[in-house]
Write a new protein. Structure first.
Length: 399
């Protein structure tokens, strides 16, 4: 009887200690700074900690009993190696999970197998952390390094190209002087002269791309809302005609164009940037659609966003979007628009942010610092105002 009591007490103490250990382990898992997902040997989720819930928007009870692949829209399971027969005990990798809301979440993960007393793999534990910010920093650094390399290359090319065009131009002048009476020759020389003009225009735009010197002495406060409306007004006739010719409908949603603090800049350069973005947005909607323009402020920054419901861009296209001469348009187009826009924004100390998915449209966001510029009575600053023209935003046909 005494032995039975001792055994019962020992069992009670072990069960109590086990429960304490379980609570202790659960507290540690819940307090970890990384997300954690546990699966069984088939990749079915058996546990997810609060950090994982917060990062993915999924609740533990909603994913319990579901396969990791199905929940996070994966092409293959990141835990498959440790669940296989390759005896992997630890794996460092990068995975993109899809959150409950459909957003892509890049994560760095560590995965380890869970084994029973016999050494058989009965599951896996995946610890992961959000690396969205790190990827943005890496991509910005890569873009900066790529831009500097391109700047050096373009600088040399434009210098040599301009010298060649200057020699051709001087010879044209000599030929015109000595053979001015030859009408056919004069006509051909005129064509060559036009091509030289086009070449010099390309050189000018390439120099705009590589000129990143932030000389703000000629900048003035610019109202981005008014500038965006001015651009939309000026582009209305062109896209009205395109819509009419194709029998399609273009609409412009301007309800979110709000008054925001002015940004310091060159209005003509900023206008060209917005023109490029809006034209690209309409061209991305060959069957018609809605373009949305909006402005907002946050802290010491102001934003203007242009969104379309068009074809969207793949990740590879987005990476090359600001490269000179890169274009997805028809052959013969120069493809300098977005590279020049990048150069303009760099000179303004601003940033271009692109968010797009194939078949899901595109949003391009321009980010500026709020203008801080003192004025005197003798010299007032100017805020650009749009021309007083009407624009139809809800016509049956046209913009």
């Amino acid at each position: 009887m005494h032995i039975g009591i001792e055994i019962a007490l020992y069992k009670h103490r072990m069960e109590k200690r086990l429960r304490e250990n379980e609570r202790w382990l659960a507290a540690i898992v819940r307090s970890l700074g990384d997300g954690m997902i546990v699966t069984d040997a088939k990749g079915v989720i058996t546990f997810m900690n609060p950090i994982a819930e917060a990062l993915t928007d999924w609740k533990h009870e909603d994913v319990l009993g579901k396969n990791l692949i199905d929940v996070f829209s994966l092409t293959e399971s990141p835990v498959k190696d440790v669940l296989g027969e390759c005896n992997v005990t630890n794996l460092e990798n990068y995975t993109t999970l899809t959150t409950r809301g459909g957003t892509s979440l890049p994560v760095e993960n560590n995965i380890a197998p869970i084994r029973d007393d016999k050494g058989e793999t009965i599951g896996a534990v995946m610890a992961f952390r959000d690396i969205t910010r790190r990827k943005e920093i890496d991509e910005n650094l890569l873009q900066s390094e790529k831009f500097e390399s391109l700047r050096m290359m373009v600088s040399g090319i434009t210098h040599e190209f301009k010298n060649i065009l200057a020699i051709i131009q001087s010879n044209i002048q000599l030929l015109k002087t000595s053979h001015g009476e030859h009408k056919e020759l004069a006509s051909r020389l005129g064509i060559i002269g036009k091509m030289i003009f086009n070449g010099n225009e390309i050189i000018r735009r390439m120099k705009e791309f590589i000129n990143v010197k932030q000389d703000t002495s000629y900048f003035i406060p610019v109202c981005m809302k008014d500038l965006a409306e001015q651009v939309i007004h000026s582009l209305t006739p062109r896209w009205d005609n395109v819509a009419s010719a194709k029998g399609i409908t273009y609409r412009v949603n301007r309800k979110s164009l709000k008054k925001i603090p002015a940004a310091l800049g060159n209005p003509s350069e900023l206008k060209e940037v917005i023109i490029n973005i809006i034209n690209n947005a309409f061209e991305a909607m060959p069957d018609g659609g809605c373009l949305t323009a909006r402005t907002w402020g946050n802290g010491d920054s102001v934003f203007i966003g242009i969104s379309d419901a068009g074809e969207g861009m793949s990740g590879d296209v987005q990476k090359r979007l600001f490269d000179p001469f890169f274009t997805t348009k028809t052959p013969g187009r120069v493809g300098l628009g977005m590279s020049v826009a990048y150069g303009v924004m760099s000179r303004h100390g601003g940033k271009i942010d692109v968010k797009s998915e194939v078949e899901k449209g595109c949003t391009i966001m321009l980010i500026f610092l709020i203008a801080v510029k003192k004025t005197t009575r003798s010299r007032k600053t100017q805020i650009i105002q749009p021309k007083k023209r009407g624009i139809t935003t809800n016509k049956k046909r046209g913009i």
